[in-house]
Design a protein around this ligand. Structure first.
Ligand SMILES: Nc1ncnc2c1ncn2[C@@H]1O[C@H](COP(=O)(O)OP(=O)(O)OP(=O)(O)O)[C@@H](O)[C@H]1O
Length: 328
């Protein structure tokens, strides 16, 4: 595995203890292996991400961390405790924000928080104070007495985040925090998560959005078909696996086979050429040289777009597939 960043003894002494330690973590369903012997460490205070396409095994891993699913094999320790035997104590320190909103639509925004607080033994004025604080944090004070049914998708998501924070968790787990949200709603959720990070709350999230992983994660693992195929900070992953720049070339309505043929002709104009169904990507450290190379080969793209490399490129490079694609 690339770029393993297990904390050293000095880091631990400096206040970076490992919050989650997974070794050979495996989950099978019958003959199917959803999570295939993965190792990772998550440290206190960091925002750690699992990036991968649909079906990569991210939610399955989160469910094991949340102690609602038992590993088939391997070891998983959360807050130093074994998830197989210490579920109750682990869950009391976790804030779990699942992929599907599981709010009570019959209750108001405020009631959803106060009722949930009871699961953690938080009652009376303490629960009311906490609920008001959290509504202010997720910017829903104005919707306090509305039924959940009347909220937009983004507001429900923020309410779920507030609910996940009711027990002042040491670690917040978010499964695809912004899937299905419009760009403005996504940014509002990101902003709240940034604030949590600044308060020193450790965050663990899954996503198949590379921009989300780049924005929020200090460190992440890339998951593919139940395995971890790369690990590091967003920047280090980009530096390790792809070039700084990517030139995207489009050639009108050409078929994949035609683009593959054009890509062959373009060999040498960058460090690597990647034909996709609708465009060709040229990974390059020198876009000016790439443009010269295009002219020399009489290639006439209908459009040229020069951009910074992203985690999407890392994923494509590592798997040969795009992040939006389902696992097969
Ligand atoms: N209870 C189950 N029984 C059988 N197969 C399952 C079960 N839960 C998950 N799987 C399979 O395990 C694989 C990994 O699923 P998982 O939900 O962990 O992926 P994911 O990376 O979270 O994807 P998504 O982004 O779609 O949530 C998928 O092929 C899924 O169909």
């Amino acid at each position: 595995m690339a770029d393993r960043t297990t904390p050293t003894a000095r880091e631990r002494a400096a206040g970076h203890p490992v919050l989650i330690e997974a070794r050979g973590l495996t989950k099978t369903y019958g003959d199917f292996t959803a999570v295939d012997g993965i190792d990772f460490d998550i440290r206190r205070g960091e925002a750690f991400g699992f990036l991968g396409a649909n079906g990569a095994g991210k939610s399955t891993t989160m469910r094991m961390i949340g102690t609602v699913s038992v590993p088939t094999d391997g070891n998983l320790r959360v807050f130093g405790r074994d998830t197989r035997t210490d579920g109750v104590s682990i869950r009391s320190r976790l804030g779990v924000i699942p992929q599907d909103n599981n709010l009570d639509n019959m209750l108001t925004v405020y009631e959803n928080l106060v009722v949930y607080a009871r699961y953690f033994g938080i009652k009376g004025s303490r629960a009311r104070k906490k609920a008001d604080e959290l509504l202010s944090f997720v910017q829903l004070t104005g919707r306090r007495d509305d039924k959940v049914d009347f909220l937009s998708g983004g507001m429900r998501r923020r309410l779920c985040i507030a609910r996940g924070l009711i027990n002042d968790p040491d670690l917040v787990i978010l499964d695809e925090p912004t899937t299905g949200l419009d760009p403005q709603a996504r940014h509002l959720v990101w902003e709240r998560l940034f604030q949590l990070k600044q308060k020193g709350v450790s965050i663990l999230l899954t996503t198949h959005y590379m921009d989300e992983a780049e924005q929020l994660c200090d460190r992440l693992v890339v998951m593919d078909r139940g395995r971890i195929i790369a690990e590091g900070s967003p920047r280090s992953l980009i530096e390790t696996y792809v070039t700084k720049e990517v030139v995207e070339l489009r050639f009108g309505a050409k078929h994949t086979a035609e683009l593959v043929a054009i890509a062959r002709r373009l060999e040498g104009i960058g460090r690597q050429i990647e034909p996709l169904p609708d465009r060709i990507l040229v990974y390059t450290d020198d876009s000016a040289a790439t443009f010269t190379g295009l002219a020399e080969r009489d290639a006439e793209p209908t459009s040229i777009y020069d951009r910074r490399a992203t985690l999407e490129d890392v994923f494509l490079r590592l798997t040969g597939r795009q992040l939006g694609a389902d696992e097969v």
